[in-house]
Design a protein. Structure first.
Length: 438
């Protein structure tokens, strides 16, 4: 049986990791790359699911279209129709989503884009064509005040039309739950274009996956939620495991862990998670103020590194000052600060014998800046600690580094604590066959 290659295109690194991981299986590994000039490695076999982070979440429409066209043209030229492509979009519809989907449709020769961005496990659903965050219209949530990509509209069709001139149609829950025939009758009456589909539950997304899985003329678009359902339709059934253990951990060799936590997202949930971590574990917390100098932060890292011979794990957390009396730092400056701190931290801990070296990053743009700063060429997602919270493996100068990424709003208040414990060799517990851990 011919195994078709699977490719994922995302607009930021956290999204690329959490969506691509859904296709991870015993027979398939997952690779996430973020090199715009080399998005794919066509020498890899079909056992490697490739994901490309275009890093266009905050790009202008023209720039996003150019990057998308390059990535899709390469796929069409090198692989043709003999592959499966998933367009990962933000579950809150931030970024130039419309033009990215329109460009991908044209470059890949598809007729319809089926857009189902719901991610029910994180409380993000679509009803009557509108995005809801735990039942609240998105325009009434913190995403309206996103510093880079604010979302002011609730209706997905309205958001799409901001950057696309393609027809946009809507399929409601009642039609979806009638089955694939009812949906396709509606689509064939309307014609080609972008189709927004309601979904409140993972079972609804399973219906969407069944709708598109065997259609080569359709480009499925969505979050990690739809990716999870598509994996079930696209991948062969996994063999029954004989391993009854539910406990998963990074092997503890006796050496203490070194963990760096970087809070690059402005979402309030990320700071609630940081405060919970501080309440539960002894950590060192460094706050970047509005006029701090990188030299000072380097000196602080050197000072804390002098404790590296102690018998305890060392967790350093870095966040940005939340003092409203100070003018906010530009997001790109925050990313540069955190990337430079990560580079200096890694240089210091690389001199130690600690076997567990890990970084936890919130915010896709920050994660990309950190990876590029460390010289990481690709991430290899290995598992999840919670929905949308992915742990990956990378290699830097011959050292293995565990990198956990997540969007700022994902996870409950305990997720950072659990991630820190995991990175220092603590245990977590699998809750499903995909390797998701809690």
């Amino acid at each position: 049986m011919t195994i078709e290659k699977i490719f994922v295109i995302a607009d930021d690194l956290t999204g690329a990791s959490d969506a691509a991981f859904q296709f991870h299986a015993d027979s398939r590994r997952v690779r996430v790359c973020f090199a715009v000039d080399h998005p794919w490695d066509f020498t890899l076999g079909s056992d490697i699911v490739q994901a490309f982070d275009s890093e266009t979440r905050n790009a202008a429409s023209g720039a996003a279209a150019k990057i998308m066209r390059l990535a899709c043209d390469l796929l069409y030229t090198q692989v043709g129709s003999g592959c499966r492509v998933y367009k990962k979009v933000d579950s809150t519809l931030r970024g130039p989503v419309g033009i990215e989907i329109q460009t991908a449709l044209a470059a890949l020769g598809k007729r319809w884009a089926i857009l189902a961005p719901s991610f029910p496990e994180t409380g993000r659903t679509v009803l009557n064509g509108c995005v809801l965050i735990k039942g609240v219209p998105i325009s009434q949530t913190v995403f309206r005040r996103d510093p880079l990509a604010p979302v002011a509209a609730d209706r997905i069709a309205e958001i799409i039309r901001q950057t696309s001139d393609l027809p946009v149609y809507e399929v409601g829950l009642s039609t979806l739950r009638k089955g694939a025939d009812a949906v396709w009758q509606s689509l064939l009456r309307n014609g080609e274009g972008i189709v927004v589909i309601d979904a409140e539950t993972q079972a609804d997304l399973d219906c969407v996956a069944d709708l598109v899985a065997s259609r080569p003329d359709v480009l499925p678009c969505g979050s990690a939620g739809l990716a999870h359902s598509l994996a079930g339709a696209w991948l062969p059934p996994a063999p029954v495991s004989t391993n009854t253990s539910t406990e998963t951990r990074i092997p503890d060799t006796g050496s203490k862990g070194r963990v760096l936590v970087l809070i690059g997202s402005a979402h309030p949930q990320a700071y609630r998670q940081l405060n919970y971590l501080k309440d539960e574990l002894p950590i060192t917390h460094m706050v970047i103020d509005r006029d701090g100098r990188m030299e000072e932060y380097s000196e602080k890292l050197q000072e804390w590194a002098s404790l590296r011979d102690c018998d305890n794990d060392q967790i350093i957390a870095v966040s940005v000052s939340q003092d409203d009396r100070e003018p906010p730092l530009k997001p790109w400056l925050i990313e540069n600060y955190l990337a430079e701190i990560a580079r200096e931290w890694f240089r210091i801990v690389s001199l130690e014998q600690a076997s567990q070296i890990g970084i936890f990053v919130t915010g896709g743009a920050t994660a990309t800046a950190v990876c590029r700063g460390l010289g990481i060429q690709a991430l290899w997602p290995m598992g999840e600690l919670a929905p949308g919270v992915t742990y990956t493996m990378a290699h830097v100068n011959g050292r293995q580094l565990t990198v956990i990424t997540k969007a700022g709003g994902f996870g409950d208040e305990t997720v950072l604590l659990e991630s820190a414990r995991f990175l220092t060799g603590g245990n977590t517990h699998a809750v499903n066959g995909k390797g998701r851990l809690m």
